[in-house]
Write a protein that binds this ligand. Structure first.
Ligand code: ATR
Length: 278
């Protein structure tokens, strides 16, 4: 049986085995998928050991995504830009390929499931770490009119702006800085929390005047109970507050497509995963 795994540290909390088991059943694919905790100093050997014989593909999570990027001999264009890899496999000649499906997972969740219009949208991104870098280009390509990246460490936001400026689609405004430099003269259509602040129950210090009655707030994190950021959004009367559970399932569907050549139907799996959290 073809074997797949998610490698992380820690990894016990990972929902990827659940999601891929649902996909495999739905698509009648004979495969097994498990979670493996890789030693912090042993990621590479863990990957090469796994990708032998029946080991066909690996998902990569915290803290190994940048290491996976370096390890991949060939990278898809979107992984190249993201600077991080979450999906690995070997081609027929044995070459190790790396892809990043996080950005497309976010954009697919936003447009297909949440059904927000990204064309012409004013977007505020909170955070400038690895998770954010992975989703910038797909957001820019989705046709937004403005993207402001705000981060506690302003320089990291500015670095991202410089990095993506040469690839900016025509007519798109890309800016970045600290939280106090977020323009407060109008509402944003979409505010995305890409910080890891909610892990510790913290909130990025954002001025709530930028939340309007039509603003959608989206947390790239998810949990059984509304995240701190979603609660903040509801308190400030955002139109909607949505967590990142759909993004998780959509990025998994893209990885499944890379490996198995079919894209599973995600809606029933999103419902099942939501139920399993309750
Ligand atoms: P990830 O892979 O999750 O993106 P990361 O690269 O360490 O992890 O980035 C974490 C992000 O969350 C950063 O944008 C970080 O802000 P700094 O760059 O200023 O460190 C942000 N972050 C983490 N804890 C935070 C907090 N308590 N308040 C605001 N931002 C926070």
């Amino acid at each position: 049986t073809d074997q797949y795994a998610v490698l992380g540290n820690p990894v016990t909390h990972s929902r990827s085995p659940f999601i891929h088991a649902c996909f495999a059943r739905q698509q009648h694919q004979r495969m097994e998928y498990r979670a493996i905790e890789a030693p912090l100093d042993g990621f590479e050997s863990c990957v090469s050991q796994f990708l032998q014989g029946d080991g066909k593909g690996v998902n990569v999570t915290v803290p190994f995504k940048e290491q996976a990027w370096r390890l991949a001999a060939c990278r898809t264009p979107r992984a190249e830009l993201a600077g991080a890899v979450n999906t690995l496999w070997r081609d027929e000649s044995g070459q190790l390929w790396g892809d990043n499906t996080d950005g497309i997972g976010l954009v697919t969740d936003l447009t297909q499931n949440v059904q927000v219009k990204l064309e012409g949208a004013r977007i505020l991104m909170l955070g400038a770490g690895g998770a954010v870098r992975g989703v910038i280009q797909p957001l820019l390509d989705a046709g937004c009119s403005q993207l402001f990246i705000a981060n506690r460490t302003a320089e990291k936001a500015q670095l991202l702006v410089e990095q993506f400026a040469p690839l900016l689609p025509e007519g798109v405004l890309l800016q970045g800085g600290g939280y106090t430099s977020v323009p407060s003269d109008g509402e944003f259509d979409l505010i995305i929390n890409g910080t890891s602040a909610s892990l510790s129950g913290d909130l990025p210090p954002v001025n709530p005047v930028i939340v309007g009655a039509h603003t959608l707030c989206y947390d790239m994190m998810y949990s059984a109970r509304p995240t701190a950021f979603c609660q903040w959004a509801i308190t400030h009367q955002a139109a909607r507050a949505v967590d990142g559970l759909g993004m998780l399932v959509e990025q998994a569907a893209e990885a499944f497509l890379c490996w198995r050549g079919v894209r599973p139907d995600t809606a029933p799996v999103i419902s099942l995963l939501r139920q399993s959290l309750a």
